[in-house]
Design a protein around this ligand. Structure first.
Ligand code: SF4
Length: 210
């Protein structure tokens, strides 16, 4: 395993922020078990977690006019580094005026030990939450969260709460992994929560498969 300090990497028109390799889950399908990088980036395994100042200084190496958004999504769960994330998000908005998205497993409030949804206000424009499956037992099997059975309802609660503070909240599943009936159930859950539902493509090292 190659360890680097790849803090920022490009995916199409977005600049992605890799803050941490920690995660509350050990998903059976995690990209981290299938390679070291995403979309041709250098290894996203970090030598250590960066400070806010290190991430801020890294932006100077990129032409920020080329990007449509900044996305917190790396080889780990971004809310594991929540305090640094908030400072970086505030810096991105102030310095570049770009929209900020957080891709999360939705377990940030469990990770931080408090309801962090209100802390998204004014810092984050979009949140994408991995729903994975409408079935709590299946979710536990797939994600192997350290929070066990508490993870699924907490993830749903987070979606409901963060919708109050963030303009766009989307829950996702991966295409071809669920039956049409299961996808319909995901849509029903999202409708009940008042968030968007998106069936997304599977991404593997260096490319999107479809
Ligand atoms: S939540 Fe994301 S980073 Fe964490 S184990 Fe699952 S797929 Fe990997």
């Amino acid at each position: 395993m190659t360890r680097t300090m790849t803090l920022l990497y490009e995916v199409y028109d977005g600049l992605y922020v890799n803050l941490t390799n920690r995660c509350s889950c050990r998903c059976t399908f995690c990209l981290r078990s299938q390679g070291e990088s995403v979309c041709g980036s250098d290894s996203l395994w970090l030598e250590r977690e960066p400070t806010f100042e290190e991430v801020r200084d890294e932006f100077a190496k990129f032409d920020m006019s080329r990007y449509d958004e900044v996305v917190f999504c790396g080889f780990g769960e971004p809310t594991e580094a929540w305090e640094v994330l908030k400072r970086v998000a505030a810096y991105v908005k102030e310095a570049f005026g770009l929209p900020v998205r957080v891709n999360t497993n939705g377990q940030g409030s469990l990770i931080c030990g408090r309801d962090i949804a209100p802390e998204f206000a004014g810092l984050v424009d979009a949140v994408s939450i991995s729903l994975n499956t409408p079935n709590p037992e299946r979710y536990a099997e797939l994600t192997r969260s350290r929070f066990g059975e508490a993870a699924f309802p907490a993830m749903l609660d987070f979606a409901r709460e963060v919708k109050r503070y963030v303009p766009s909240v989307t829950m996702t599943t991966v295409e071809t992994t669920l039956t049409p009936e299961e996808e319909a159930e995901c849509q029903r859950i999202c409708d009940e929560l008042g968030v968007n539902y998106r069936i997304r493509l599977w991404v593997e090292e260096g490319k999107v498969t479809k």
